[in-house]
Structure formats: structure tokens, C-alpha cells
Design a protein around this ligand. Structure first.
Ligand code: NAI
Length: 684
């Protein structure tokens, strides 16, 4: 039996040919060799018929075409195969561009990469104004360049500079912006798409393919500047540079020569380590959607929860986990208010408690500020922000938690205080209420030893600022039941956070590895390696900021406190650097409270803090960038290997994902342990 075609064609009563992408076996249409063959067959079949014009459309609800199949692209063996894959796609879309009659793209839903290159080869582009319609060429974000005509055709449509700007930024544009930028020709309501695309097709059939004004030639100074930026900001990754070459040089060539240049450059970047890394990261992110707790609760044996009751046994429940509705947050400080805001924004009813009314008020005003900012940045409508803010109630009264489904504590990082809180909560909350701690380092079982139902205790470690950081570590104690883990996993996904699951252990994963790294950077500093030398080395390697600058950002006080915890939990192994304690004693807290100071000063233009000289050894130490990078990366790799050996995380991919989402680890390196493996630095 032959498989049903992913692309079909029909001709309507008015002589319009319709090419429809609708893969019956998938929720999305993607380009791979079978889809390409199906498109070719559809085009060739219509070429044999007396059509007046053709419309290319999708049968899917939210996707025009999802672009090229990255599993296929990620496996291209070398530059030659990459260039050939580009040429094949270009030739296929060339059939649309050179079709005997006009071709109209009717776009609804996501239209990235190869999907938009399909549309670019058409003679007219109509798109819906639905919010799911996003359009553009994001290939550079995956270490690739548009290789099916994007680099050659977009400059001819909107000009070389605008094309370079769009392709290097690698973001998808809402349809309205795509219209303003010239990526599409018409914007229509979703219900009118077919009719308006058909009207455009009939008009072009009558008037001929549209004549387009030649855009201005490439400006050398603009491209020189863009290359400089790509070398510094994007750390010289190959794809942005290749895209700039393809656009600048290609816009001065004939279209066939520009396409050939594009294909050759595509081949080179597709074969690069960076493209393979970024595609790997794409799949790591994608895998989170399907994450379950199965690996932690094997059906038989296993070291976690001994609980085998029907509601919380090891076996996956056939019914979805019971969702939380009302969330309690205890502590209205930095994290508590951040968590309360995010939960309310995602539709939960929230009650937030602190010990003093003025602390509650302060927390509520922080929350209001985050909502106001979301409105100012057009991320939320005014009325939605107001409704979300109204879902948060502040209180000093613990009794208000009696009807909560989930309570998350974010009080001071102190074992005794948290234990006292869990004890106080025991008589108040419902028996089925899940109790979570947002501790950044303390073992959950230690905190929850006073809880009435240890099986319903868990860690949910959010990162600061909650509204911006995507990662949430879900921390399972030896007592956490499967049902609790299931519900909390569903909750973090519902919040739109990207979860990683780990076993309770001091510092869990991210705090542990990050603070071993920061501490080692401080140790180098104490040996006399200057702040800017350490920071520049790690920035050059790809980190968004160096470790000393990061300490200022986290806060010297918070860093010093966590160093203390790490020393306590890893005696002998964590030789805490002392510079942070000495800075604190001198009132240097980092970048807190606006114009404060730490390794750097922040009043006015950011600069190295001269006051740090008194803490440094008299003799400086020279260490080249590579040695610093290898040393500091080595510390992180060694600690991650320990974490994996101890079973705190299940896989090296989990570790890579957590650092990518929780610390700004450079994605183009593919992940810490992937890097370690490729650089021959891991034991595994
Ligand atoms: P914070 O000092 O800003 O806020 C803590 C709040 O808890 C204070 O307002 C305090 O009055 C209140 N509080 C203390 N005891 C209380 C009680 N029994 N009932 C109600 N409220 C009480 O602290 P922050 O930074 O928000 O940290 C909270 C927790 O989150 C800590 O466990 C910390 O380790 C963790 N965390 C902190 C991160 C950060 O970057 N600040 C990141 C991730 C986790």
C-alpha cells in the first residue's frame, strides 16, 4: 500500500490550481525528501493542465509548513551533501518561480525557513493576521543559513540591508510586521484566506506576474559593520558571517549565481559543529514537552518512593494528574513575589503571605510592577494584567492556606525557619495539598521532615527573575510520591516553564555546578588573575557575562551565603574563596539597589571597581584566555560528572539542558557535557 501524499493538487471550476500541504501522518507539514517529491509531483501535474494560476496552501490548523526536517538536515554528512541538499531545494522552488502562470502563497500559521522560501519563490504572498501566523527566516539561530533561495531572493524583494537585518536576527515576525517589512504582500482575516488568495490569483492571471521595483544595491559599509557585530556579539559563529556573504555578494550576481553561492555556503555551515550543536539544543528543548516522571518511578524496584498506593504508586496513572487551582506562596520577597506574579499571569488564584503587612504590601507592589512592565512592553493587554493582578491576595494569616492545592514556600534560606514553617502548615492545609520549597540548595527531605505528609513534599526551584528565567528544577525527595511529581510536572509545564527533574541533594544541579564554577573563578582572582581577564576569557568562550560580573548580578551577599552552604554540604571539596566575605564586610554587595558596586561599579558607566585592589594579592598572575576557559569549564564538567554518578540527574542531556536554560550557557556549544565529549574532556 502506498503512503498517502503529503502534498496534493486539485483544479477548481475557475481554473485555479491548488497545491495543498497536509501530511496525514503528522500534526505539522515538514520538508524532507518525500515531501519534496510530493511537491514536485503536484507542480508537474498542474503544469500539464490548463490552469490560470496556482495557490499554495496548507491544510493544517496552525502551521503552514514547519520548515525543513531538522533530523534530516542535522545528519547531512559533509559540506558537499549540504550544498547538494540546498541545490535540490532551490531547483524545486525554481519550478514555482518559473511556473507558466502566477503562483500565490496563502499562508496561515507558522511559516519559518523553508516554508517562507516556498512563499518567496511564489509571485504573491497573502497571509492571515492570526496570532499563530509568524513568518521569516530563522535558520541562523540553528547555525544554518537560508539555503533554498532565502539569501538570494529576499534581498531582491526587500533590499540587501533589510534582508541581512532579518536573516541575522533570525526571528519570526508576526504577519503584521512581515507586511510592514515587505516579506508578504497582503494581510487578511483567517476566514477570508482562500477567497482572497484566489482573488489575487485571478487578478495576476489577468494582469500577469507583478513587476517589482529593484531594491537598492548592497552597501559595503553596512555589511562591514554587521560583520564586526557578528564577530563580537555572536562570537564569530559561522552562520551569521556566511549569511552576510551570501546576501552581500549574492545581491551583485545574477539569480542563478547567487543561488549557487548560497548553496555552497549552506553546505559549509550545515557541516559545521555549531550547526550540529544548535540543532541538538533544538531537540533538547523539544523533548521537554514530552517529559514524564517515568524515569524516576520505574514500575518495579528503584530507589525512590516506597509508596505503592493506588493514588501515588509507581505506575503511571491512566488519568491525567489532578491540576492545581489555588496556589499559596509563602514569603513575599524577591522570589515569592516573582512566583506569585507568574502563577497569577498563568491563570492561577494566588494567596501570598509574609510576616508583616508592610512586607506583603512591598511584595504586591513588586508584582504590580512586573505586570505594568509587561503592559508597557506590549506583552500583556492592560485588562488582562489587571485581571491577573486581581487574582493575587496578600495576607499575614497562615489560615488563608486552608483551601490551597499547592503551597510554595520562598522564605529565608534557613533550615530551621523552613522546618518551623512546614510544622506550622501541617494543621492548616488540606491533606491532599502539595507542599513545595523554592530553596536553592537545601535538601527537601531535611526541610520537610516536619511536614505531615512527606510524600506530598517536593522542591520547585525557580530562577531569578521568575518572569524571565525559563528553567524550573523539580526536586524529588526520597519520599515524594509519583502522584505529587506528576502534578508538579504538569503544573510547571502549565506555567510555561521548562522543567528538569532531579533527585534531592545539596544544591540540586544548577546551584551546585554554578557555584563550584563561581568559587573557582574567585580562587583564580585571589591568585591574582584580574577581573577583566577572567570575565573576557569566559565571554569570548560564549558566556553572556563572565563569572565575576555574574557574582555582582546574583549579589555578593547571596553568593557568599551559598558558598557557606556548599562548604557545609561538601566539606573538604568546596574550599570556599574568601573574597566575597571580605567584599561584604566592606559593603560591596554587587549590582544590588541600582548604583551599587562589587567587582564592577555601576554608578554611571559600568567600570572595573578600583576599590577591589585592596582585596587582591599584590602580585598579579598571568593566565591566558584558553587556560582560564579550560580550567573553569573543567571544574563544571568534573562536578557534573559527579552529579551524574550520584544519580542526581538521569542523563548528560538533562545536565546540558538545565545549564542552557538556567545559566545562559552558550547554546552554540551544544551543552556542557556535549562539549566535554567533543573536546575529549569527559570520562564518559
Ligand atoms: P527574600 O529575603 O527576598 O524574601 C524572603 C521573604 O520571606 C521575606 O520577605 C521575609 O519576610 C519572608 N519570610 C520569612 N519567614 C517567613 C514566614 N515564616 N512566613 C512568611 N514569610 C516569611 O528572599 P528570596 O531571595 O526571595 O529567597 C527566598 C527563597 O528562594 C530562599 O530559599 C532562596 O534560597 C530561594 N531562591 C532565591 C533565589 C534568588 O536569586 N534570590 C533564586 C532561587 C531560589
Amino acid at each position: 500500500m502506498s503512503t498517502p501524499a503529503t502534498v496534493t493538487h486539485t483544479v477548481d471550476a475557475d481554473g485555479i490550481g491548488w497545491i495543498t500541504f497536509d501530511d496525514p501522518a503528522s500534526r505539522a507539514n515538514v520538508y524532507n525528501p518525500p515531501t519534496q517529491a510530493a511537491l514536485r509531483a503536484a507542480i508537474e501535474a498542474l503544469a500539464m493542465q490548463p490552469v490560470k494560476a496556482v495557490v499554495v496552501i496548507s491544510g493544517k490548523e496552525k502551521i503552514f509548513i514547519a520548515g525543513a526536517d531538522l533530523r534530516w538536515l542535522g545528519k547531512l554528512p559533509d559540506a558537499k551533501a549540504g550544498a547538494q541538499a540546498a541545490r535540490d531545494g532551490q531547483a524545486l522552488f525554481g519550478l514555482l518561480a518559473d511556473f507558466k502562470v502566477p503562483v500565490v502563497a496563502a499562508i496561515h500559521g507558522a511559516c519559518p525557513g523553508g516554508a517562507y522560501e516556498t512563499a518567496l519563490a511564489c509571485h504573491w504572498r497573502v497571509a492571515t493576521d492570526a496570532k499563530e501566523t509568524v513568518i521569516g527566516l530563522p535558520e541562523v539561530g540553528l547555525g544554518l543559513i537560508p539555503g533554498w533561495g532565502g539569501c538570494a531572493r529576499l534581498p531582491r524583494l526587500i533590499g540587501a540591508q533589510a534582508a541581512a537585518d532579518h536573516i541575522v536576527k533570525a526571528t519570526l515576525l508576526p504577519a503584521k510586521v512581515a507586511l510592514q517589512t515587505g516579506l508578504i504582500d497582503e494581510l487578511v482575516p483567517p476566514a477570508d484566506l482562500r477567497a482572497r488568495a484566489k482573488a489575487a490569483a485571478l487578478k495576476l492571471a489577468a494582469e500577469g506576474k507583478p513587476a517589482r521595483i529593484s531594491p537598492p544595491p548592497a552597501d559595503a559599509a553596512f555589511f562591514a559593520e554587521q560583520r564586526k557585530l557578528a564577530l563580537t556579539r555572536l562570537r564569530g559563529q559561522p552562520a551569521p558571517l556566511a549569511a552576510l556573504d551570501a546576501i552581500e555578494q549574492g545581491s551583485g550576481l545574477t539569480l542563478p549565481l547567487a543561488l549557487e553561492l548560497e548553496a555552497a555556503l549552506f553546505g559549509e555551515v550545515a557541516a559545521s559543529e555549531v550547526a550540529k550543536n544548535l540543532i541538538h539544543v533544538f531537540f533538547l528543548k523539544d523533548a521537554v514537552k514530552k517529559l514524564t516522571v517515568d524515569a524516576w518511578f520505574p514500575p518495579v524496584g528503584g530507589s525512590l518512593s516506597p509508596d505503592t498506593s493506588a493514588a501515588s504508586g509507581r505506575k503511571a496513572s491512566p488519568t491525567p494528574p489532578v491540576p492545581f487551582k489555588k496556589v499559596g506562596v509563602i514569603g513575599a520577597g524577591v522570589m515569592g513575589s516573582g512566583i506569585a506574579q507568574w502563577c497569577a499571569a498563568r491563570g492561577y488564584t494566588v494567596v501570598m503571605r509574609d510576616v508583616q503587612p508592610e512586607f506583603v504590601e512591598r511584595g504586591l507592589s513588586i508584582i504590580k510592577g512586573v505586570f505594568d512592565e509587561a503592559v508597557a512592553r506590549k506583552k500583556m493587554k492592560t485588562e488582562d494584567a489587571a485581571a491577573a493582578f486581581a487574582r493575587v491576595t496578600g495576607t499575614t494569616d497562615l489560615a488563608r492556606f486552608a483551601d490551597c492545592d499547592l503551597v510554595i514556600e520562598a522564605i529565608v534560606e534557613n533550615v530551621a525557619a523552613k522546618q518551623a514553617l512546614f510544622a506550622d502548615l501541617a494543621p492548616v492545609v488540606r491533606a491532599d495539598c502539595v507542599l513545595a520549597s523554592n530553596t536553592s540548595a537545601l535538601p527537601i527531605e531535611e526541610l520537610a521532615s516536619t511536614a505531615s505528609h512527606p510524600g506530598r513534599t517536593v522542591g520547585i526551584h525557580f530562577f531569578n527573575p521568575v518572569s524571565k528565567m525559563p528553567l524550573a528544577e523539580i526536586v524529588l525527595s526520597p519520599h515524594t510520591t509519583r502522584d505529587t511529581a506528576d502534578r508538579v510536572l504538569a503544573f510547571t509545564k502549565q506555567l510555561g516553564k521548562t522543567p528538569v527533574i532531579c533527585r534531592s541533594s545539596p544544591g540540586f544541579f544548577v546551584t551546585r555546578v554554578l557555584f563550584f564554577y563561581l568559587n573557582e573563578a574567585c580562587a583564580l582572582w585571589e591568585q591574582g588573575v584580574p577581573t577583566d581577564v577572567i570575565d573576557r576569557a569566559m565571554r569570548d568562550w560564549g558566556w553572556p557575562m563572565g563569572p565575576m560580573r555574574l557574582i555582582d548580578e546574583v549579589g555578593v551577599d547571596v553568593t557568599d551565603f551559598i558558598y557557606g552552604e556548599m562548604k557545609h554540604y561538601f566539606p573538604g571539596r568546596f574550599a570556599g574563596a574568601t573574597v566575597c566575605s571580605r567584599m561584604l564586610a566592606a559593603g560591596l554587595k554587587g549590582r544590588k539597589n541600582g548604583a551599587s558596586a562589587g567587582f564592577y561599579t555601576y554608578a554611571g558607566k559600568e567600570a572595573l571597581n578600583p576599590a577591589m585592589a585592596k582585596f587582591a594579592p599584590e602580585a598579579g598572575k598571568t593566565m591566558d584566555a584558553r587556560a582560564i576557559q579550560e580550567h573553569l569549564n573543567g571544574v563544571m564538567i568534573a562536578e557534573t560528572e559527579r552529579v551524574l554518578a550520584e544519580g542526581v540527574l538521569k542523563t548528560a542531556d538533562d545536565a546540558d539542558f538545565a545549564l542552557l536554560m538556567g545559566t545562559g550557557f552558550p547554546a552554540f556549544r551544544g551543552g556542557l557535557m556535549r562539549y566535554a565529549k567533543s573536546a575529549g574532556r569527559s570520562k564518559g
